[in-house]
Design a protein around this ligand. Structure first.
Ligand code: GRF
Length: 214
C-alpha cells in the first residue's frame, strides 16, 4: 500500500519530528516523511532529518517581503514534493488564512496543552499557575484561529507536587512523542473523518486518548 506522503514543518529542536521519523522507520507504518522544512537554518531538527536521509529545505521567513510570500514558498515546496499531509512540529510561525484554507483537513499540529485549555505560549507555566491536576498535549487539524481545530489525539499526565514548568514540560513531551505518531498513523490508515467540531475514528466519536496513570 502507498504510504501517506508527509511533510513536517519545524523551527527548532525537532524531538517530535524525531518521534515521527522513528515511527516511519517501521516497515509497516502507513506514512513516510518526504520533506522537512525549517524556517530557521539553525534548527536542530534539520540534523535529525539529514541523519534519516530525509530531504530538507530552509525557507526563512526573513527572506520574504510578507507573510503571503513566505506562505506561498512553503506551499510550493510542499506541492513540489507531492506532500499529502503537513505536520506542524514546533513550527513557530503563524500561517496565513489562504495557506490554512489550502491545506484544510490535510494539516495537523501538536500543542502542549489539553486544548481548548491554554492555547498559545508558556502552557506549562500557565497550567501550574492555574492549579490544574492534569495537563497534557493535543494533536489537532489546523484552523485559522491559532491552536484550534478538530482534535485527533489527546494525552494527559498528572501534575505532581513540586513540579515546575521544566519538569511538567518533560512529562508532557514524553506523551507528545506517543501522540503524534498515533495521530499520523490513524490519519494515514484512513480511519479519521473530520467533522465540523471534532473527528470520528473508526466511526466512533474522537479524539483518541492516551492518558498516563495518575
Ligand atoms: C512541543 O512542545 C510542541 O508541542 C510545541 O512545540 C514543541 C516543539 O518541540 N508545538 P520539538 O521541536 O518537537 O522538540
Amino acid at each position: 500500500m502507498a504510504r501517506l506522503r508527509t511533510g513536517v514543518l519545524i523551527s527548532g529542536r525537532g524531538s517530535n519530528l524525531q518521534a515521527l521519523i522513528d515511527a516511519c522507520a517501521a516497515r509497516n507504518f502507513p506514512a513516510e516523511i518526504v520533506l522537512v522544512i525549517s524556517n530557521r537554518a539553525d534548527a536542530q531538527g534539520l540534523e535529525r532529518a539529514a541523519r534519516a536521509r530525509i530531504p530538507t529545505r530552509i525557507i526563512a521567513h526573513r527572506d520574504f517581503a510578507d507573510r503571503d510570500a513566505f506562505d506561498a514558498a512553503l506551499d510550493r515546496a510542499l506541492r513540489d514534493a507531492s506532500v499529502e499531509l503537513v505536520c506542524l512540529a514546533g513550527f513557530m510561525r503563524v500561517l496565513g488564512a489562504a495557506f490554512v484554507a489550502a491545506w484544510r483537513d490535510r494539516m495537523i499540529n501538536i500543542h502542549p496543552s489539553l486544548l481548548p485549555e491554554f492555547p498559545g505560549l508558556d502552557t506549562h507555566a500557565r497550567a501550574l499557575a492555574a492549579g490544574v491536576k492534569r495537563h497534557g498535549c493535543t494533536v489537532h487539524f489546523v484552523r485559522h484561529e491559532v491552536d484550534s481545530g478538530p482534535i485527533v489525539v489527546q494525552a494527559s499526565v498528572p501534575v505532581l507536587p513540586g513540579d515546575d514548568a521544566a519538569t511538567l514540560a518533560a512529562r508532557v513531551l514524553a506523551v507528545e512523542h506517543k501522540c503524534y505518531p498515533l495521530a499520523l498513523r490513524l490519519i494515514a490508515e484512513g480511519r479519521v473523518r473530520v467533522l465540523s467540531d471534532g473527528v470520528e475514528i473508526d466511526g466512533q466519536p474522537g479524539p483518541a486518548r492516551l492518558d498516563a496513570a495518575a
